[in-house]
Design a binder for this molecule. Structure first.
Ligand code: SF4
Ligand code: SF4
Ligand code: ZN
Length: 267
């Protein structure tokens, strides 16, 4: 076997096995299964670190523009500046227009199909419909609504659901359980009437100017369970006992756009 010259040798960073420079570049380790696992974990850590660095930058941008206003509003409510938490959420570029006919038709066809299928079977018993909302996550944090309202639905625009709003047969079956007085026609009419006059271009059919136009109970499971990195960060960061005001600022393209503030009653 030809031994590569020293400048063409490398080592797997996880098990120290000699590897070629080509392996060092791609895939970056020796190829063994246990090193693949370590490599994936390492990649995740790098991704997380990069995201956190960006998040901290976004918070700095948010404070630069809004901190005086946030502190002034908090002071009016008797809240000291060291009891304020400032967080950043994504910014959604919104371009509103009437729903294109093909998108509307595709959604209504999907709605009819899943409703028909859901009503074609016997009414499921309580607990027979698989839902993931409560079992997996418990109650959402009280600031989530404000965070998503400030962001105005970036995930709705970027995660698909454009033609089906992520609604499934299980979703309609769950409605049959919780609202047994509604017929199939009622459910179809309910969602048809909920379609906003104008919606966010290229996004979900229910993505109105201020975010989702549906009540939480009408949204698909994934809409209620999804938490973007920013919501995860807020959940890790906010200690409700030490905070009396939570200011949420949407940041995109290194600019702070909108701000909403939640305050505890102090009297
Ligand atoms: S989950 Fe995240 S991306 Fe989606 S609306 Fe809420 S803050 Fe925005
Ligand atoms: S139904 Fe509402 S929350 Fe779900 S993707 Fe559509 S706009 Fe977003
Ligand atoms: Zn290795």
């Amino acid at each position: 076997m030809i031994t590569p010259p020293p400048n063409l040798q490398a080592q797997c960073p996880y098990c120290d096995t000699p590897i070629t420079v080509h392996q060092k570049i791609n895939p970056g380790y020796c190829g063994a299964a246990e090193c693949l696992h370590k490599h994936a974990v390492h990649g995740d850590q790098l991704h997380r670190a990069a995201w956190l660095e960006k998040y901290e930058g976004d918070v700095a941008v948010a404070k630069e523009r809004f901190l005086p206003e946030i502190e002034a509003q908090a002071a009016e409510a008797g809240i000291a500046s060291d009891r304020i938490y400032v967080g950043a959420v994504p910014y959604t570029v919104t371009r509103m227009s009437p729903l294109p006919e093909d998108q509307r038709t595709a959604y209504l066809t999907h709605l009819s199909e899943i409703t028909e299928t859901a009503f074609a079977s016997a009414l499921p018993g309580a607990g027979d419909v698989k839902r993931t909302v409560d079992a997996q996550q418990g109650e959402p944090h009280p600031w989530n609504n404000a965070a998503c309202g400030t962001c105005r639905g970036r995930c709705c625009k970027h995660q698909g659901g454009r033609y089906d709003a992520f609604q499934t047969v299980e979703h309609i079956q769950h409605m049959r359980q919780t609202r047994p007085e509604m017929s199939a026609d009622d459910i179809i009419a309910h969602f048809t009437n909920a379609l906003p006059e104008v919606s966010n271009e290229g996004s979900c059919v229910f993505h109105g100017p201020q975010g989702c136009v549906l009540e939480r109970t009408d949204r698909a499971d994934v809409c209620n369970t999804f938490r973007c990195d920013a919501l995860e960060r807020l959940a890790e960061d906010i200690q409700p006992d030490t905070v009396d005001a939570i200011a949420l600022v949407s940041v995109g393209d290194a600019k702070a756009h909108d701000m909403n503030i939640l305050m505890k009653r102090t009297e």
